[in-house]
Design a protein around this ligand. Structure first.
Ligand code: G3I
Ligand code: 9MR
Length: 567
């Protein structure tokens, strides 16, 4: 049956758990009407329902109708048919429906590995040669010290490509790796059985920890052993062209040390030390070295609490000028909270806990590369049963904040145009908005773990539905998954490899209200509302790049939901 698919029917293009809420959204005015859930071949109607009108949100003002078929729960492959509109993408109702996307989201980190060949055995048709050995990274004048003057070379191999570009940035690596380790800490049983077909898949260590180690080992090289400080990034002076990794061979530099880098590093190394301690026989001495590294970076930050990486100022003083991603945070109270929380959770030494003010104000900033306070809160909540008295007394306040924050996120979600937690206000649609949806989902899963109240889990699933297609542009933002998914991400290997399909499992940054003014690519829809500013074009780094700090919360969200699916 060659019937075309109605792009106006928006739904999670992968599918639904049997017992979950199941919603599709029909864009466009047309009061009421019926919808039909049919077997994939269209031969049999298995469920009939009434469409309901939604309330347009204040920024898009677009009306939608909602098809809710939560009442149907028989596993199988189905389509929705809506008279006057057409039929939807084919989707599944089944247990483990998001297992493949969760796996792919993590496998994507393997494809981001630097300094190593990706053979066909693991990388399939996207196999490629190693690039960026980084065995001789040059100390940039902004990073010069007595012991390591300008031009000193350091061995700084491994790590993941940050995003669509080929540089390695400590603050972004830190939150990314921290989020993957948090996923493991929260759902260890789930990750212990996962097999991703990476080179280490046959060892005794969960693949997520083997993969994270590829980056952690690089991060360790970014600490100056002479003083414990951490370089902000390892980078080319300027972004490369759209070439394969092995064709990107310009000199690379480590730049100035900074407080943000030191604290990010301290946080994730402290966290990693407690996680890898359980694998001491696989990695003898690793956990201890990580904790020592974390402590030294923390001490450096105590002595240097306000060292900003200010790329513009540096460029007025030093050559070569550096114009790659700045990740230029200027406020470090949240980094202190995260690092203190991780060091405290790993050592149970009160001195870390009391070194910071855990509640400097009532804000609950959603995690991003420059807002890491909640990463510390999640960790303290996760370790609530082993806190010392000084931290235990703050626990009720901590839990209250986490749950209140989740309540604010879900408030009104069922009245929203796309029935998702994502999209409460147009402020959700920033550069990398897909990670906003995923990080909101993580906040909700944390609230679920604290309360056992299913409404939080449902809210988290609504944002996974958002990412996989139930959104204002109708895209699944995960490459390789969904009939209408991101095909042309701003991702150098995907562009340069000559293969039509992008590397799979990468999360596009997604809709960004200001993308058209930020990257100035041609083709953005005119008069787009905040939730519609997206183009699937590799020119569009402001709406269609991929990044490790967006993939990691996706992995947490999809894996956490898989782990909790029978709750
Ligand atoms: O902080 C302001 C906020 O006060 C304001 O309300 C808001 C309104 O748009 O803007 C906020 O600043 C934004 C900032 O991110 C913090 O969220 C900027 O507009 C926005 O341009 C900036 O985008 C960052 C982008 O680099 C450009 O610097 C993204 O977060 C960041 O993910 C992205 O990271 C790049 C790396 O530099 C290089 N590698 C690829 C990576 C992904 O695109
Ligand atoms: O490829 C770069 C991407 O990773 C960054 O997120 C983005 C913003 O910093 O910049 C991209 O590089 C562009 C550069 O800024 C301007 N010239 C075109 C580059 C893309 O090909």
């Amino acid at each position: 049956q060659a019937q075309s698919i109605a792009d106006n029917i928006r739904l999670n293009q992968i599918g639904f758990y049997p017992a979950a809420t199941k919603v599709a959204v029909v864009v466009g005015e047309n009061n009421g009407g019926k919808f039909y859930l049919k077997t994939a071949d269209g031969s049999k109607t298995v469920f009939t329902g009434q469409l309901t009108q939604s309330k347009p949100n204040e920024f898009s003002k677009k009306p939608t109708r909602i098809a809710d078929f939560s009442g149907f729960n028989k596993p199988g492959t189905y389509v929705l048919e809506i008279p006057g509109v057409g039929k939807s993408y084919t989707f599944s109702i089944k247990p483990e429906v998001h297992k493949a996307v969760a796996d792919a989201g993590l496998k994507a980190f393997y494809y981001q590995r630097m300094s190593i060949d990706l053979p066909e055995k693991y990388a399939g048709k996207w196999h490629r040669k190693a690039g960026h050995p980084d065995s001789k990274a040059i100390v940039h004048p902004s990073a010069a010290s007595d012991k390591r003057p300008t031009g000193t070379v350091i061995y700084s191999t491994r790590g993941w490509l940050d995003a669509g570009d080929y540089n390695k940035y400590i603050v972004n690596s830190g939150i990314t790796t921290g989020t993957l380790l948090a996923a493991y800490e929260d759902f260890p049983a789930y990750f212990k059985t996962q097999k991703l077909n990476i080179p280490e898949s046959n060892n005794q260590v969960p693949d997520v920890l083997d993969e994270a180690l590829w980056n952690l080992r690089w991060m360790l090289t970014m600490q100056d052993p002479n003083d414990g400080g951490v370089y902000h990034k390892l980078t080319n002076p300027a972004f490369d062209g759209m070439v394969m990794p092995d064709k990107s061979d310009k000199p690379r530099y480590v730049v100035q040390k900074g407080t943000g880098a030191a604290l990010n590093f301290a946080a994730v190394m402290a966290q990693a030390s407690r996680v890898y301690k359980n694998y001491n026989k696989d990695f003898p001495g690793l956990a201890d070295s990580m904790l020592t590294a974390a402590t030294r970076a923390w001490e450096w930050a105590q002595k240097n609490p306000k060292v900003i990486y200010d790329q513009e100022t540096n460029n007025n003083q030093f050559e070569p000028k550096i114009t790659t991603g700045a990740y230029g945070d200027r406020e470090f109270s949240d980094e202190f909270i995260w690092a203190a929380s991780e060091l405290y959770a790993s050592t149970k030494q009160d001195k870390y806990y009391t070194a910071v003010n855990l509640f400097p104000d009532t804000n609950m900033p959603l995690p991003s590369w420059n807002q890491v306070r909640l990463l510390g809160y999640y960790t303290l909540a996760r370790h609530q049963n082993s806190l010392t008295p000084v931290a235990k007394k703050d626990l009720p306040e901590l839990k209250k904040r986490l749950v209140t924050f989740a309540d604010e996120l879900i408030a009104g979600a069922n009245e929203r145009t796309y029935r998702t937690v994502m999209g409460k206000t147009e402020k959700d649609y920033i550069w990398g908005s897909s990670s906003v949806a995923a990080n909101q989902g993580i906040a909700l899963i944390n609230a679920y773990k604290l309360t056992n109240d299913k409404k939080y889990l449902e809210g988290a699933i609504s944002n996974l539905d958002y990412l996989l297609g139930r959104n204002a542009v109708g895209f699944s933002f995960l490459t390789g998954f969904g009939k209408k998914s991101t095909m042309n991400p701003h991702h150098r290997p995907s562009v340069a490899d000559g293969i039509k399909e992008p590397i799979p499992g990468l999360l596009s940054g997604g809709t960004n209200a200001r993308a058209n003014v930020q990257d100035k690519c041609a083709g953005y829809p005119s008069n787009a509302s905040a939730d519609e500013m997206y183009i699937d074009h590799d020119c569009s780094y402001a709406s269609n790049e991929i990044a490790i700090n967006w993939n990691a919360p996706f992995v947490y969200l999809a894996s956490g939901i898989e782990a909790l699916q029978n709750k």
